[in-house]
Design a protein around this ligand. Sequence first.
Ligand code: NAG
Ligand code: NAG
Ligand code: NAG
Ligand code: NAG
Length: 452
Amino acid sequence: MAPRRWVPALPAALPLLLLLLPLLPAARAGLGAYFGTKSRYEEVNPHLWRDPLSLGEAAPRAPPGCAALQLRAVLRHGTRFPTAGQVRRLRQLHGRLRAACPGAAALAAGPLGYEESVDGRLAPQGHRDMERLAIRLAARFPALFAARRRLRLASSSKHRCLQSGAAFRRGLGPDLGEHEVEVEVNDSLMRFFDHCAKFVALVEENEAAMCQVNAFKEGPEMRKVLEKVANALCLPVEELNADLVQVAFLTCSYELAIKNVTSPWCSLFNEEDAKVLEYLNDLKQYWKRGYGYDINSRSSCILFQDIFQHLDKAVEESKSSKPISSPLIIQVGHAETLQPLLALMGFFKDDEPLKADNYARQAHRKFRSGRIVPYAANLVFVLYHCDQVETSEEEYQVQILLNEKLMSFHHSNETISTYADLKDYYKDILENCHFKEECELPKVNITAVDEL
Ligand SMILES: *[C@@H]1O[C@H](CO)[C@@H](O)[C@H](O)[C@H]1NC(C)=O
Ligand SMILES: *[C@@H]1O[C@H](CO)[C@@H](O)[C@H](O)[C@H]1NC(C)=O
Ligand SMILES: *[C@@H]1O[C@H](CO)[C@@H](O)[C@H](O)[C@H]1NC(C)=O
Ligand SMILES: *[C@@H]1O[C@H](CO)[C@@H](O)[C@H](O)[C@H]1NC(C)=O
């Protein structure tokens, strides 16, 4: 057996630390910012800690002289339970703990906390996330939500998304009259990644595509975290690996997001460790869902096209003074739905790719998935019809909000754009990016990463 490498002073101090850490608010605030896709929504909108229904100080307002015609929201489901795979892995780690080790005693004695049957389901907190998001969006866009009889609600077929859609609808209140809105399942829009053969073959099922992620797992930064955790748990470092350490960190994030408690698992990590584990999570998002490979974002063309088709239709209807047939379109999907779409649109793109060997240089990266797609993340397109526009003939304007904050358009640095300018900026995607062609498997036999 490998020698234990802990420092003699630590064993005595650790139990005390383990007892104290949950009580320190600083510990809670410290790690919560690094949970990547397992981040609580409040991390990106801290005013919601104080009042979950508040719109915040910088609440975006409709531009003067403009009336909202259509709102399209693409949502990520709310806070969820761990997946069965994560629970299994946690059980594996739990099984290796030694009760005689002071640093592991509290963890070994504690119950696991989750059964595999929770498998990725929406947590009670997730229901609240969605109800409250619905209330805030309705408060922001009262005229549109007054017309919610014509709400169209679509969802991925996953239970957590259907439940999120139902919670969102509940948040809008009971007065929908006899027209109870059905949640329609549409996986070709909300889980396009499953249906994109090229993505599945070349990224999802191609181990070589994750080479940067795997290299980082073996790299010096992770090694340091592994050794530290091994020391704390009195385990030889060979008994741990990046995946097991990550599941301990995930458990810390789940306890916080689901139960609002700081789990003893959190005390294995300090802020530096958390940054390393956040980078590991971001690397995976980057190579599997983001800019890493073009097909990741191109597979979302079907959703992008659908968004603009509905905007077009609303503009046409408005021009011919017809009522807008779909003033409100709410669609519930996954982080994996939103991230590729945001990449397709060019948001949060760093100058350099995220790689196993540039952790330090990426310290201030734009691509931080916890800031982009926490639980209940939402990307909202609002189409306006504007009167008094003296200098321009264009009456139609668009705003885009991510997590209830206005985004700046790349073509102008403004937070509002004419619809014509927006379409012009995305002309190439609108004209040339079509799901069927993009997702066709290439005829030649390639699985090598440099061919992707
Ligand atoms: C899903 O949405 C797409 C695009 O709007 C549409 O073509 C398709 O018919 C929808 N599928 C289902 C099952 O409703
Ligand atoms: C979460 O826990 C903190 C600290 O214990 C407490 O102040 C806060 O009110 C709790 N939040 C919720 C939503 O229960
Ligand atoms: C937007 O602002 C950034 C930084 O303020 C600047 O570098 C960039 O050139 C601007 N882009 C446009 C299109 O004005
Ligand atoms: C692709 O190439 C690999 C190795 O060259 C081979 O094992 C595999 O059978 C080929 N697949 C197809 C579909 O031709």
